[in-house]
Design a binder for this molecule. Structure first.
Ligand SMILES: [Cu+2]
Length: 322
């Protein structure tokens, strides 16, 4: 009976662990060039102009430096959930060890067979549920701020806009042109080799294989999974799931084919540096090399890269294709 209790605790603990959304860091991809078809086409990346992130900034153990305004809230949740899981882990393994010793083989002692204990079943189910409901309420504000926010509320702060495209196995970033408008993109143009994301008039937008953002300003990004041209069949290979992951922002979001989504983040004011974007969704054999540089640039340098003063421009996303 008591050995069964220990086992039950292990089950309860593992349930709690799976309930906790632990922020797993994607494996760092090697710095090799992305192999995507379109990547060679005139992508510009800032040189080593941006200063490296301050090593001293990593004030928390385990986790990489936080650079987004909501990153600290994510870290608090991470440590809270890890703490709860750790306590359960200690209880489970403590009991486990205790029972292993207490009920070790002894000559003449017979094993007891049992069908279980309803009271215990109810207890650990309710206890686990209460922990999960508690986490649900504690994290709600942070989740709403990051994922459910009405992005129109950011409008009056003149947000910085960028379009993010993921394909097997590369990232593409498109910034508006001087007039603030983005060009629409069409799949057939990608296949025609016009430009990596199939912009109708690629000259008008700014294209890069790196992501460049300012600090202290909300960034709104439209994320899209691109289809791919299959040279063997000559046909369109539908886009697949990717996941945009920038650990220092504490931000991760799936790219779902045919369902472009809008995301937002804001880098803490005054930050600059070079960081890394990874794909956090196994998207095929080349998944491991799907990475990109992520630059937080001072306003003047960002202006230089874009070729205009983005703050003076009212950027807007393209209308969805009809
Ligand atoms: Cu991917």
């Amino acid at each position: 009976m008591k050995i069964q209790l220990a086992f039950a605790w292990m089950v309860a603990a593992s349930l709690a662990v799976s309930g906790g959304r632990l922020l797993a860091q994607a494996p760092a991809a090697p710095g090799g060039d992305a192999p995507a078809v379109g990547q060679a086409a005139g992508g510009q990346a800032p040189a080593a102009a941006a200063p490296a992130p301050a090593a001293a900034a990593a004030s928390k153990p385990i986790l990489p430096e936080v650079i987004s305004t909501y990153g600290d809230a994510i870290d608090s949740l991470f440590f809270l959930i890890s703490g709860i899981t750790f306590v359960i882990l200690v209880i489970v393994f403590g009991l486990f060890g205790y029972f292993v010793v207490k009920y070790r083989h002894q000559a003449g002692r017979r094993a007891v067979y049992t069908h279980g204990n309803n009271k215990l079943e109810i207890c650990w189910t309710v206890a686990t549920s209460l922990i999960l409901v508690y986490i649900l309420f504690v994290q709600k504000e942070t989740w709403d701020n990051i994922k459910i926010k009405d992005l129109r509320t950011l409008e009056d702060r003149n947000p910085y806009l960028v379009r993010i495209f993921g394909e097997q196995f590369a990232w593409h970033f498109v910034y508006p042109g001087k007039d603030g408008a983005f060009q629409p993109n069409e799949t057939k143009r990608i296949f025609a080799g016009v430009n990596p994301v199939g912009l109708v008039d690629a000259e008008k937008d700014v294209y890069s294989v790196s992501m460049m953002v300012p600090a202290g300003v909300p960034v709104i990004a439209e994320i899209t999974s691109l289809p791919k041209y299959d040279p063997e069949t000559g046909k369109e290979k539908p886009g697949v799931l990717h996941s945009f992951f920038q650990p220092n922002l504490r931000f991760k979001q799936d790219l779902v084919p045919y369902h472009p989504a809008k995301i937002w983040f804001e880098v803490k004011p005054g930050k600059t540096g070079k960081y890394e974007i990874a794909c956090a969704e196994l998207c095929g054999l080349g998944h491991y090399q799907m990475r990109a540089d992520f630059y937080v640039l001072p306003d003047n340098e960002l202006g230089e890269r874009l070729g205009y003063d983005w703050k003076a421009v009212k950027a807007r996303f393209p209308e969805p294709a009809k």
